[in-house]
Design a protein around this ligand. Structure first.
Ligand SMILES: [Zn+2]
Length: 435
């Protein structure tokens, strides 16, 4: 066998495909892809440029955050314990109106740094000045599925302008950063864009062959307001204008009727379950079992760090399963291996990257994390799946590889100056508040 780029050996591997856990395993990468996954004993002929002794560590696919707004790291902790409407109107929107593109870059870099340190290797983002998020993705070494947000809010000219910006980003940054960036169009929500604009977005999406990222059925209050205005529910309304004929990534999916769920299933809409932000804003919880029983693909997201307040997907996995058990009053709901699939393979599928990432198998891109379980809260390791979901924190991630490139080793990030990124973000956030 030709020389590999990286060989990781001695670890327990959670491949997250149909194969079971591999004890004393090995993983090899070459030209950004995985070329070997299996028992260490079968890898003894593999030589590599970089060899990582991962004895006692756990290797798994990098986690996939299917819904966030990373530049909102700058707003972390400045609007707490408020309802969604007040939170948006009184704090977030006025601040966003003052945001400059440079601020977005600084906030996105901080978000990327946080995600690397927590073992997230790919994220779906929707924001303004999204080109700056693309630049942060390039610099940090992460993978991103990016959309420029479109909020019409009754202003037609503004809607058109934002649609054009969203199209430009989708075209210009598709395949950016050595292919680590893919793009979507970003209509904010059915209630903040007119039916005409949503139809245009759908047509553009078909023409450009890119999907859309939208907030859907986030709160009961909005659900009722929407029903009053349009008669059908958000989902029925979007179905009527054939919006679901394109690849749709729909964040939240909380206030859904039985018929709505049937429609999402029939039309192959990808739902994103966002437990922490939904709990924090007190808007409700998606009924994940109802959705998955109907065959809806469900990924997992954090939402922006202003309503979470972290980008830690380990924390999100734990809360995701706990909340569902509470919603259904049944401890068997959303078992650990299922929530892990949401944060990996199902997330990849939701982002249109099912063939590229999400599991550790030969031919897929090398997005790999190593967890160090040599900590009191991870001993003893009887059930690795349960330990990863219920006991591990993002800070237990030791090594992160994205696209075959080591971006963090022994908790030291190689692509970014950690101190400088944090200092710059603090300064930018204070400056923004003083503007
Ligand atoms: Zn959101």
């Amino acid at each position: 066998m030709e020389k590999a780029d990286i060989l990781i050996y001695g670890c327990t591997i959670l491949p997250m495909n149909e194969k079971c856990l591999i004890q004393d395993g090995a993983l090899a990468t070459k030209n950004r892809r995985i070329i070997f996954v299996g028992k260490r004993a079968s890898a003894n002929k593999i030589k590599a440029e970089i060899e990582i002794n991962a004895k006692k560590k756990i290797a798994m696919p990098g986690l996939i955050n299917c819904h966030t707004h990373v530049p909102m790291t700058l707003f972390r902790g400045i609007a707490e314990d408020q309802p969604l409407g007040t939170w948006l109107k009184e704090t977030i929107w006025p601040l966003e109106a003052k945001l400059k593109s440079e601020d977005v870059y600084v906030g996105a870099l901080l978000g990327c740094l946080e995600m690397i340190k927590n073992g997230t290797t790919c994220f779906a983002d929707m924001y303004f000045h999204e080109d700056m998020v693309a630049k942060a993705v390039e610099k940090s070494g992460l993978r991103g599925v990016l959309a420029e947000g479109i909020i019409e809010a009754g202003n037609k000219a503004r809607g058109e302008k934002m649609l054009n910006e969203s199209i430009n980003l989708a075209k210009k940054f598709r395949g950016y950063a050595n292919g680590r960036v893919t793009t979507l169009l970003g209509p904010h929500a059915a209630y903040s864009c007119s039916p005409e604009l949503l139809t245009k977005i759908k047509n553009k999406s078909l023409e450009l062959n890119v999907g859309v990222h939208i907030h859907l059925a986030e709160s009961k209050e909005m659900f009722r307001k929407f029903e009053k205005r349009y008669r059908p529910t958000e989902v029925e309304f979007l179905d009527k204008i054939d919006f679901f004929s394109v690849h749709v990534l729909a964040a939240h999916c909380i206030s859904l009727s039985g018929e709505d769920m049937q429609i999402l299933s029939k039309r192959g809409v990808n739902a994103v379950y966002v437990p922490v932000a939904n709990m924090k804003l007190g808007v409700g919880a998606a009924k994940v079992k109802d959705l998955t029983d109907l065959g809806v693909n469900v990924g997992l997201g954090t939402d922006g760090p202003a309503s979470n307040n972290t980008l830690d997907m380990f924390e999100t996995m734990k809360i995701a399963t706990l909340l569902q058990k509470l919603v259904y009053l049944n401890p068997k709901i959303l078992p650990v291996h299922e929530v892990l699939r949401m944060a990996t393979v199902n997330g990849a599928k939701a982002l249109g990257l099912g063939k590229t990432i999400g599991s550790l198998e030969v031919g897929k891109k090398a997005d790999i994390i190593l967890i160090d379980p040599s900590k009191p809260h991870l001993k003893p390791l009887h059930n690795i799946y349960a330990s990863v979901v219920y006991s591990a924190h993002g800070s237990d991630v030791d090594t992160v590889i994205v696209d075959g490139n080591i971006v963090m080793e022994n908790r030291k990030v190689k692509t970014l100056d950690e101190q400088a990124v944090m200092e710059r973000a603090e300064k930018t956030s204070l400056d923004l508040l003083a503007r």
